[in-house]
Write a protein that binds this ligand. Sequence first.
Ligand code: ZN
Ligand code: ZN
Length: 342
Amino acid sequence: MHLIEVKGSQDPAVCIILARLGCLSEKQMRAMVLTAPGAPLQMQERPDPRPDDGQIRVKVSACGVCRTDLHVVDAELPGIRYPVIPGHEIVGRVDLVGSHVTTHGIGDRVGIPWLGYTCGVCRFCKEGMENLCDRPLFTGYTRDGGFATHTIADARYAFPLGEDGDDGRSLVMAGNAERLGIYGFGAAGHIVAQIVRWQGRSVYAFTRSGDVAAQDFARRLGAVWAGASGELPDAPLDAAIIYAPAGELVPAALRAVRKGGKVVCAGIHMSDIPSFPYHLLWEERQLVSVANLTRQDGLDFLKIAPQAGIRTQTTAFPLVEANDVLGKLRTGQVLGAAVLKP
Ligand SMILES: [Zn+2]
Ligand SMILES: [Zn+2]
């Protein structure tokens, strides 16, 4: 007897029973796949993936499109194995559970972030810095991600009711700055700005020159100042976070921070940093990067997010339009965050 006829049923109980029995059709998954460096993503159909031990299968509700996805598509990051499905800001519901998973059940809403796996035994993992793990796997980069109808995740790295959390870490790194500059006011910047403001600190938003829409958007979200990245506000900043992947922003931000101030590079990739006079770094200014996120960073961020009343500005696009959306992101045509919906 075949139960597959029932698969279109909207009754979740029936679907759950069928999923548990493994009776759902094996050809439901669609994904936008990167097959070669710089190639446009291709829509492909695949047999539904099955979770291994300790894994969950997630039916994707939405997946954010991020600068990092552009770096993957453009092969600006090392070690990409093709084909790969990009996308690491995944929200969805668990629809199949592998053995030995006790933390998640079918129907649970989860967030699947960038950090997809860590080894647990290297010195960084042992010292609470799993974001720097020697043998990590990253969602949508070294393991398949969420530009798809379904994805497989290691249950230990899936957040209950989550969203991407890698924005929280750069804020921690920026310390207790009263006057914080944000260079690149996009998906991450507009979320961090709301937290900073909720904390009673002042946000200075730096955008591409002439990007009036992004500057107005920043002011609407409470930025006390918004301008072009080459400009200087009325007084020096205590710290700055750079989200845009442009190396020339490093000397620009160093110029804008006070003595002892900090500049945090939050992106995974950046164009070369031009040489700059030593006096921009002198007087104990600090230049640091942040890499990835720990699971605890994500949990901390998810705890703060509702308290801060964060409202994300998202624009949804159909999964099949992933290439267009990446193009829009590349040319700065996305206000806030773009998400793909299967
Ligand atoms: Zn991201
Ligand atoms: Zn490790």
